[in-house]
Design a protein around this ligand. Sequence first.
Ligand SMILES: [Zn+2]
Length: 410
Amino acid sequence: MKRMLRPFGLALAVSLLAGCSQQAAFSPQTAQNLDQVLAQSNGFPTTVEIKIRDQKLVTAIELTGAEILSVKMGEVIAGVSSKQARALKAKGFTLVPTQVGGSNYLDNTFDPAYHTYDELLAKLKTLTAANPNIAKLVDIGDTWEKTQNKADRDIWAVRLGTPGKTPVLFTGCTHARELATVELPLLLIEHLIAGNGKNPAITKWLETRDIWVVPMLNPDGHARAAQGLDWRKNANFSYGGAPMFGVDLNRNYGFQWAGVGTSRDPMSPIFVGGAPFSEPETQAIKKLHEQFKFPVSLSYHSFSEIVLYPWAYTDQPAPDQKRMQAIADKLAEAGKYDAHQSSQLYPHAGEHNDYAYHSNGTLGFTYEVGSRRDGFDPPYSRVADFWKQTREGAELLLEIADAPKTKALQ
Ligand SMILES: [Zn+2]
């Protein structure tokens, strides 16, 4: 049965920020003593559940510097230090130790079956070299570390189909530790290549669409996640903020930049950067939007089993609210996800879909794949399920891309 969204009714959830986990079996340890868990955490943030009676209290939790991992109606999952736990208790919140993925603690168990940057690049080179008539590997920009001569990583896109036809954009790994979000765009690339000439729908899309897939928008951050760090942002340390440096790429876009639900503190997981589009990673995506004015786009994030669409920065409905809800409902079907406007939990500004919708009318969607039990770094074996939950959604966007506003309500 599909779970429908009702503001202040059923559970809404979105993974806003960080977190993660180990691969042990999930077993909420609600009976555990908080002080005990904090003492055993060796300085890592501890994962806690906080009941709230009003969604606005999320902001009060954020103000202590605690990292919000997910929000449901009436319940926040957060990563807290001992100091933040004390501050929250002083404000009257009740904190219960819990787990995300399989752990009380935020870290990253990088299952070696996930692709590293080098492994991904090698695969993309092989795939495109073997299928030059339908797929091309394109360097769309340097990472921040490359601009500083500190690493040699580029942001890669695979351009599939027919240049000049209806453009469609897919992006993964905006947030480094969301490991499955590299794999889903890669699977999409492989799926489209494998279906060429065999699957009539795919063959048609390759003839009538100009498909841009960016599997890893944040290679610098991903390199850190691959080393076991709980890393969300890019690797820009020029603003200070050690050891939590970096810019949240999904708060760095130029529309409503530094508005609600963001931070100017370089230590914050939702740090906006020095200026709108200050980061080379968001600049690369901006250039694509300016050149191609995508009618539809899809971003892969994790976790929470939700489909989101603009606006994120305000509770006001977007002009295409009905159309986007109708499309999001369809995207949500296969995985029995929730589907709703981004801001219905609480507003956050400067993000990708809002920017693209405001600039070009792009109907932009986000998949938050996986559950709290999966966390940010589930075993690689979970990716097959996420692919089943999202493949038809990606295909739907390819199908409607030439006239999404008309086809949305059909
Ligand atoms: Zn994310």
